[in-house]
Design a binder for this molecule. Structure first.
Ligand SMILES: [Zn+2]
Ligand SMILES: [Zn+2]
Length: 363
């Protein structure tokens, strides 16, 4: 996700006028800018009587209007999507998102003061990057100087640490997928970013040449999934439950693989680094800031992906002679009377209850 800068200011303070100039200037300097604007009324988007309005009124979930040089989609979601959700939709196709409005979302922001506006004592969530006012003496940024504002934004973009940027982005995605942020999540994200980098895959989500083996079925496993884009359903994420926060990353194009393991002493290191924080907070802070070598060991490994384990369609299907259920990709066991599934061959994790093993289904 691209970095977001919000422009806040009273209605009528000239946000749009300034931002349109800033957008023009940034584009001229090669920055791919997207704008997200928070409007308060539906009529600001779509006008009564227009065809798009009528279709939406009829209940269509989304209405897309295409005309030469422009495409507009109107949706009527039950819940208004938030800034981060909207930003995530833009993916990595833009370098910067300028957002107008969206108060209270903790992202960096610029504050625009109109003539006579006083600074509010209680400012917004997120980092205040600068105050823009009519009086260049009082603040570094002048309202009537969009070039200066554009330069200020360019400098801010250039000063961002790209590694931190990637970590921030990955953390946001991991949190959205996992449902909360926790030490295992932070460590898992770091582990996966390191693993992908180690096998030479900088943009794992766009890569079709990555397979990951995860050795734990806990928080960290979700993190590996979000960072890598590998999924069990694509057969690119394999769970081999050794109960270890460790994972192996294979670049299928080069055949190069590394196994990354979280160090057993990382918890103690975290507590020592942040003695004033509680254990969990200390871990989350330390797992973000400690260098990779303090948190992980990395070993080069050789790993085979068998013909029956590769992504793609099943290579083989047989029917178990005992239960009649279908078995994909050579997971069967040879029995005297034909192929048997592993469950029937005596390795089931479940046990049928009662005599009648046919299901009394709820239908
Ligand atoms: Zn968790
Ligand atoms: Zn069977």
């Amino acid at each position: 996700m691209a970095p977001i800068i919000r422009m806040l200011g009273r209605s009528g303070s000239g946000k749009t006028t300034l931002l349109t100039e800033v957008v023009r200037l940034l584009l001229a300097r090669g920055v791919r800018v997207a704008v997200l604007k928070h409007a308060h009324h539906r009529v600001d988007l779509d006008r009564r009587g227009k065809d798009s309005f009528r279709y939406a009124d009829a209940g269509a979930l989304s209405v897309t209007v295409v005309a030469p040089g422009k495409v507009a989609t109107f949706e009527a979601p039950a819940r208004e999507p938030g800034l981060l959700e909207l930003a995530a939709r833009l993916g990595d196709n833009v370098d910067l998102i300028l957002a107008e409005g969206f108060q209270g979302v903790a992202t960096p922001y610029l504050l625009l003061l109109g003539p006579g506006d006083a600074r509010s004592p209680r400012e917004d969530a997120g980092e205040l990057l600068g105050v823009i006012s009519t009086d260049g003496e009082a603040t570094p940024l002048e309202r009537d100087n969009p070039a200066e504002v554009a330069r200020y934004i360019m400098d801010w973009l250039a000063a961002r640490d790209p590694a931190q940027d990637a970590l921030d982005r990955a953390m946001r995605e991991a949190e959205a997928f996992h449902g909360h942020i926790c030490p295992g999540q932070v460590l898992g994200v770091r582990l996966a970013l390191l693993g992908c980098r180690a096998v030479g895959i900088e943009q794992p989500k766009r890569s079709k040449q990555l397979i990951a083996w995860v050795e734990v079925d806990r928080c960290g496993a979700d993190a590996v999934q979000t960072v890598t884009g590998c999924r069990p359903g694509k057969r690119t994420l394999k769970l081999v439950d050794y109960g270890k926060l460790a994972a192996t990353f294979l670049n299928t194009e080069t055949g190069y693989a590394v196994r990354v393991v979280a160090r057993a002493d990382s918890r103690e290191r975290a507590a020592a680094l942040y003695p004033h924080l509680d254990r969990r907070e200390a871990q989350m802070a330390a797992y973000r800031s400690l260098p990779d070598e303090a948190l992980f060991t990395v070993q080069e490994v050789s790993v085979e992906v068998g013909a029956y384990d590769r992504p793609g369609k099943p290579v083989e299907r047989v029917v178990c002679v005992v239960c009649g259920e279908e078995v994909n990709d050579h997971r069967q066991v040879a029995g005297d009377d034909g192929p048997m599934c592993r469950a029937c061959a005596g390795g089931a994790y479940y046990r049928p209850v009662g005599e009648d093993d046919r299901v009394r289904a709820p239908w």
